[in-house]
Write a protein of this length. Sequence first.
Length: 522
Amino acid sequence: MSERVERAVRSLSEFPVPGPEAGQYPVEYIAARRRLVAERRADTVVVAAAEESEPGSEDLAILRQFHRCPVRVVRVPAGEVAAYVGRLASLADGADGGSGSGPAAGNAAAGGDGAGAASGLQDELSLDALAREGPVVSFVNSVLFDAVGERASDVHLERFSREAVVRYRVDGVLRPVRRIPLHLFRGVSSRVKVMANLNIMEQRRPQDGRMSVELGGTPVDVRVSVVPIARGESIVLRLFPERAKRFRLDGLGLSARHVAALREVLSIPHGIFLVSGPTGSGKSTTLHAMLGELPTDRLKVVSIEDPVENVVDGIDQIQTDEAIGLTFAEVLRRVLRQDPDVIVVGEIRDQDTAELAVRAALTGHLVLASLHTNDAASAVTRLRDIGVPAYLIAAVLRGAMAQRLVRRVCPRCSEPRSPSAAEAKALEGVGANGHAATPRFLAGVGCAECGGTGYAGRMAVAELFRMEDEPARLVAAEAGAHRIAEFLAERGVESLTVAAVRAAAEGLTSVSEAVAVGAAGR
């Protein structure tokens, strides 16, 4: 008989569950993996698993090789497993928990082909126990708690040959905050994997997962990415505090003119509007903020994302998964049968997705999508390069916006300052001549509020154009991005660089941040 899982849920009371002295798993393993030995027979071992923690095929193979006989898994209520753990823990209090006759002893006796698998299971038991140690749990909790307090968007846990470090990304800048004792790192890694329901034994392949925690009364969703590196592992935690889930256009830092233009776009019954910029420029946040302006009780809104980072009520959010064929194009093809009013495409990457988005716009849908381009004019030529005919772009495109994120000057420690000679020269070099009539340049000197950086938070700067008769003619005539940009400048459309300098002149960001935007756009 090979290993198998019974579908019916049964009670532990139906089985003669062996205790620690009869080879039961250690309490740490049972608590973490929520499975235990329910019965030992002459030719089979029955393993009880909590309903929601059903073992996968790899788990079954490991258990079979460890026990060196077929394994049958029965599903039992999670509460019964928890109660058994409590009883076992109380019996083991002050003793060794029967480890001499449990799985560890079985590992010592195992030989032949099963020895490697038995060792692997013992390693898993040890890692489960290590992940539950007080110092490890406290360390992981404190790292997450401090990260939320410091407004970090990402936490990096990295193990190198001589040290392990914790780094926070705050306002787009990565900085080290503490070291991890080398002897704790494996436990920290296991703890994170247990919390994210990942395989704690896997250290050779990347793994992705999610978890939800509550830190200081704030619910936080955490996206977990684990990647093996030369000397250890790199673990990156992307944090999504609950309070940040609902974005508003007027809270992004965009100018009043741009906010008004985006709200006008949302009133259009059909067509395509593009938001462009490099990775990390806030495109997804802007799209979510636009969705926050829609009356979702009266509209069918569908969002296709990779991944779904912020779950928003009232919107059908679909995550792509190329491993099973759920590409942007395939999901969009299915979404068109869902009678949507507004469709959000997280990213137009290929010709199939672009053509389907155009078809959706032509058949009466408003499509909001993102692209990777440096400026708004290039969004037009990018669609053309992907394979969308120019005449179709001219027919469906309603406008485009390119954006960047700049750090806000800390309001607590900001002081007036004039641009240095080098900064003034740099501003001239990027062609930024337009700014407030009476500049009020500020710079943060650093305080406890901003962690000594001089910055607190970020804001978006953007260039935006709406499609009108003349731009449409240029697009239809297959004009290049440079010609379109020239025309927009003649019509008074503010470039990204000018928008950044204006924000600096109004004291919202620093001159150095504005210069960086101009330099990146060249």
